[in-house]
Design a protein around this ligand. Sequence first.
Ligand SMILES: [Zn+2]
Ligand SMILES: [Zn+2]
Length: 396
Amino acid sequence: MLKDKIKSLAKAYKEEVIANRRHLHSHPELSYQEFETAKYVASKLEEIGITDLEKKANTGWTALIKGKNPEKKVIALRADMDALPIIEANEVPYKSQNPGVMHACGHDAHTASLLGAAKILHEVKDQFEGTIKLIFQPGEEVAPGGASYMIKDGALENPRPAGIIGQHVMPFIPAGKVGFRQGIYMASADELYITVKGKGGHGAMPETLIDPVLIASHMIVALQQVVSRAASPKIPSVLSFGKVEALGATNVIPNEVKIQGTFRTLNEDWRAKAHEKMLSIAKGLVEGMGGEVDFEIRKGYPFLENDPELTARATTAAKAYLGEENVVDLDIWMAAEDFAYYSQEIDGCFYRLGTRNEAKGIVSGVHTPTFDIEEDALEIGAGLMAWLAVAELEKA
Ligand SMILES: [Zn+2]
Ligand SMILES: [Zn+2]
């Protein structure tokens, strides 16, 4: 059976996948600067015998693995390759050698896993029908998102995949398990930049001033109405302000106050309405209080929806591969992920690879200086990805 063949290849290539992950981990590159990473990925693909690479979005690649009857159906597998501006605190042999840059979101694991899946799929390509498209993308961590550039550059054309599957490490799920969720899964994320302008001066003479600190205080409270009153209780929404800057003093009222925050939700229509609502609340408030406001909403990634049918099929395939007990259900997560761009274009399935190992102390969250993964999980990272693609092609 092909499933068992893939399992045994995943086992055989596990050490190589780990070695690739360690190489990538010790040589991390920031978003859109994945030049060495892209070269490494290309050399590994060529080593496997995959030579039709197409450069996309400057530091990204697509490549095809054609089975029998390659026109029949196309399924895409995606990995992201960028790292974060974090100083690694782990004392491990594969510690980051690029000061201040760290693979703290597991994109090294995603890239190494997809290279492993590619090696497996290339080896069994006479045993499935259809084509598998590999997508290695830059810049997941920084807006507007490498996925948006990959799509603009034609990553989803010639041939156009029927569906796309992506995986992400999850330090809250034990290694050995994976998680799936059908339907809405991750949030859209927009950045809010508000400048409240008034008229500063001596704190003892408020009657001659327009106090932007007071206006800004009201604004922070008033904007919460968007979540508490205007949002449908059925659609998760979150509005958080993490930066408020009023550079006055005990007796000095400044001319302006800057506020920064994030708005996240799981519905594109409501997202657009919420933007309008925030702008109108802010405008009405400053008008009433005599100030002015600059309100900039920088749109981030859209919300991520897992196609219910594709995800149901993938979940079933994962249970067949790993056993029912090793496939868990995921909750909605209000973080954002640029895989959402693909899922807005074609059927998408974004699932989680468990990488936690409490016994070894591998428990830190992503984006922390102590983040690491249980590398045993990479056998699943490579093997399951290969199997999910083949299982989906078999459903054609
Ligand atoms: Zn991240
Ligand atoms: Zn990530």
